[in-house]
Write a protein that binds this ligand. Structure first.
Ligand code: ATP
Ligand code: TZP
Ligand code: MG
Ligand code: MG
Length: 265
């Protein structure tokens, strides 16, 4: 059975501590997919919510001190209870504060998966992406090397998204090339993807890399179909149709359209 089918069968509870921009979109996207969102960030309850969830997703998009302590409590509870844990380090490297908080988070808990754009992942892994030259970011080889290094350093699956997505555990690597540029015109598509990854991990019984790869590729397929159906109408129409497609894409449609490749190196 595909992990997509498993998500829909299990309807996993996904605990999100996320930013104020994307909370509604993330909850609706998880519902459309077939998961059950739970947005909870009070210090008093996050450990309990994490313990009862199928996955925990932490997102530093709009930080404050209360959110940080809640994230640490939730992350540690996820670790204690064997619940898969995803971090989306939104804007890591953009300010010293975001970089420091991200380091504090990764040092206080064991992630199952990290998902970000190339600059964010480089920052978390302690790599100076900008210093690699003017072509950095364009060279696929560099992104692959960075993702693998980050996965080895953090001991988790690392997902670097962009035009093409890299999913690696440091030794095995997938590249996903579905998706559409209009995804960059709707805020929170990266954040929702991190939450969707959590739902797939919750349904994976420990096959973290395969489930994460399917989550990323599935998301790209849903986006492609939504973009086709709303061609010429703009990002608003796309956003609504994308939610529809997160619900409508079946395992059969997914396997017909998925362009997910496992690399030999
Ligand atoms: P950023 O802040 O850089 O926008 P993000 O956290 O929003 O990062 P993205 O890297 O934009 O995350 O990834 C979100 C989704 O958009 C992924 O499914 C990714 O494959 C897709 N995506 C991003 N850029 C493109 C592109 N140019 N063409 C096709 N798909 C893309
Ligand atoms: N500002 C702080 S968090 C956020 C914005 C606009 C949302 C970022 O979402 P994404 O998924 O990284 O594009
Ligand atoms: Mg984006
Ligand atoms: Mg993001």
């Amino acid at each position: 059975m595909s992990y997509l089918a498993k998500v829909r069968e299990l309807n996993p509870l996904v605990h999100n501590i996320t930013n104020i921009v994307v909370a509604n979109f993330s909850a609706n996207g998880l519902l459309a997919l077939g998961a059950s969102p739970f947005m909870a960030d009070a210090r008093e309850e996050v450990a309990d919510v994490a313990a009862m969830s199928g996955a925990v997703v932490l997102n530093i998009g709009t930080l404050n001190e209360q959110a940080i302590s809640s994230m640490i409590l939730a992350g540690q509870s996820a670790n204690t209870h064997g619940v898969p844990l995803v971090l989306d380090p939104v804007g890591a490297g953009a300010t010293a504060y975001r970089s420091e908080v991200t380091q504090k988070l990764v040092q206080s808990m064991q992630l199952t998966a990290l998902r970000g754009n190339v600059a964010e992942v480089a920052n978390v892994a302690g790599e100076s992406w900008a210093s690699k030259g003017v072509d950095a970011g364009a060279g696929e080889g560099d992104v692959l090397a960075l993702a693998k290094k980050a996965a080895q350093k953090l001991g988790c699956v690392v997902i670097v998204t962009g035009r093409e997505d890299v999913i690696t555990d440091g030794s095995r690597t997938f590249v996903a090339s579905n998706g559409h540029p209009v995804l960059t015109k709707v805020t929170g598509t990266g954040c929702l993807l991190s939450a969707v990854t959590g739902a797939f991990l919750a349904a994976s019984e420990g096959a973290w890399l395969e489930a994460a790869a399917e989550a990323i590729s599935f998301y790209g397929v849903a986006a492609e179909i939504a973009a086709e159906r709303t061609e010429g109408q703009g990002p608003g129409a796309f956003q609504i149709e994308f939610l529809n497609q997160l619900s409508a894409v079946t395992p059969e449609i997914y396997s017909q359209r998925s362009q997910l490749k496992q690399l030999n190196h």
